[in-house]
Design a protein around this ligand. Structure first.
Ligand code: GLU
Length: 469
């Protein structure tokens, strides 16, 4: 059986967006599933809009998502001679001709056609002039005038295009650079691409591309066009729906596995399974299960997936991912083991690394700022006696763990005839500054004796100040 070769050919005119990443993922998965190859090609022939910065941004995003490629990155601007060579072949076989129509004249004709309600289409002025190359001339593909071109789309089914509707496309511009529709075909032929899986915004380009394959006598790849991604309001996904670039999601504290899992479900399904490990995605991915209607990107769902992966990941593995978020908040440096301990108490409560880093403040800073409302409610004079007792008992302890602390709590509370719950909030407020946090013993365990005692003493001071006020 022939080796499957897929490709991802982004144009480096911005960051890698959700739609592009989904296309890359589908091609990568299909190649992986079939034991094939995945090629990365940078389509940089639009010299004005392509930038080095975008190339880097795309490569970084692919690396973050671990979408590894077997070949490339190829750059179209380094392949211009290959396109010219194929263009010459088309010219020699009569499938292409040089055109000298001045752009202003073409523009005028286009406007007239529009005002007369006709489809603007090249009128074939230079079709039979037999011109050779020269300054200001472009090479046009001689598109068939009659018949139909059928795209046998492996996602959408067959789509027929009337050849009379298709223009004599420019394949080489007057500066000698190939146009997108031509370069893409030559690349796909010479890179032995077997499957072209891309967004359905390219459906209308495909009959033109098929005609070029035919004129060159080349074998067609399989084409599969995947429906667009919409926002929850059913409009095409755009900036106004929120973050659109892959790296923005990293900065918002998402894990790559959560984003990949979200992307794979945009237009593809496997029964009603929602959670897919990388190997499950590879194992189950088929083109047959790509849907034919637009998929909806939901932030809620991505958050749900991210919460799942944050919870499932070993705390030690979260630490390096979390570090940049901790540094951005200016927290003092702490050892990995300490941070891992804190992470463990927050994994079940954080949907993103941003939420986790925010919630981690009280573990990281030397002194917690106590929320005034919480202080007023819980750091009250009646609490100072039990607090003082607890403090003196804690001070005597050498081993500071849930196992040693719990019995002390019980004894003190029983002696004072108070419920355990009554002291938990004042203690939590003293240790964390707020009324919401992980379990009290978990916190104590991470903070350690010295910090706990220091913060309890401060809490006690506040209680006593309250009494004087
Ligand atoms: N460079 C094109 C794009 O980014 C690729 C289209 C294709 O897959 O042929 O849309």
């Amino acid at each position: 059986m022939e080796t499957v070769i897929t490709r991802f050919p982004p144009s480096p005119t911005g960051d890698l967006h959700i739609g592009g990443a989904r296309t890359a993922l589908f091609n990568w998965l299909f190649a992986q599933n079939r034991g094939g190859k995945f090629v990365l090609r940078i389509e940089d022939t639009d010299l004005e809009r392509s930038t080095e910065k975008s190339v880097k941004a795309i490569l970084d995003a692919m690396e973050w998502l671990e979408l590894t490629f077997d070949e490339g990155p190829y750059f179209q601007t380094k392949r211009l001679d290959i396109y010219r060579e194929y263009a010459n072949k088309l010219h020699a076989s009569g499938h292409a001709y040089w055109c000298e129509c001045p752009p202003e004249e073409l523009e005028q004709k286009r406007k007239t056609a529009m005002t007369e309600g006709r489809k603007p289409k090249y009128d074939g002025t230079c079709r039979h002039k037999g011109l050779g190359p020269g300054p200001n001339r472009v090479l046009r593909f001689r598109s068939p005038d009659t018949g139909t071109t059928v795209l046998k789309d492996i996602v959408k089914g067959p789509i027929a295009f009337d050849n009379a509707e298709l223009d004599d496309l420019v394949i080489i511009k007057s500066d000698g650079v190939a146009t997108y529709n031509f370069a893409v075909v030559i690349d796909d032929i010479t890179m032995n691409i077997t499957h072209v899986i891309r967004g359905d915004d390219h459906v209308n380009n495909t009959p033109r591309q098929i005609q070029i394959y035919r004129a060159l006598g080349a074998k067609l790849p399989e084409f599969g066009h995947v429906p667009m991604i919409h926002g929850e309001d059913r409009a095409p996904l755009s900036k106004r729906h929120g973050a659109t670039s892959v790296m923005e999601y990293r900065n918002l504290g998402f894990l790559p596995e959560a984003l990949l899992n979200c992307l794979v479900r945009l237009g593809w399904s496997h029964g009603d399974q929602e959670i897919f490990s990388r190997s499950e995605m590879i194992e189950h991915f088929t083109i047959e299960n790509i849907g034919t209607s637009p998929s909806v990107f939901s932030m809620e769902k991505l958050l749900w997936l991210n919460a799942h992966y944050i919870k499932a990941k070993p705390a030690e593995d979260i630490v390096p991912l979390l570090r940049p978020f901790l540094a951005a908040r200016g927290y003092p440096e702490k050892p990995d083991a300490y941070i891992a301990g804190a992470v463990r108490t927050l994994q079940a409560r954080s949907r993103t690394l941003v939420e986790m880093a925010d919630a981690m403040r009280f573990y990281m800073v030397d002194e917690v700022a106590i929320d005034p409302t919480a202080a007023q409610k819980f750091l009250v004079p009646e609490m100072s006696a039990p607090f003082e007792r607890l403090l003196s008992e804690f001070e005597k302890l050498n081993v500071f763990s849930e196992a040693t602390l719990e019995p002390i709590f019980r004894t003190v509370m029983a002696d004072l005839n108070m419920k355990l719950g009554k002291i938990a909030q004042p203690l939590r407020v003293s240790l964390t500054g707020s009324t919401v946090s992980p379990g009290i013993f978990e916190i104590i365990d991470v903070l350690g004796k010295e910090t706990v005692l220091k913060r309890m003493r401060k809490g006690l001071e506040r209680m006593k100040q309250g009494a004087q006020a």
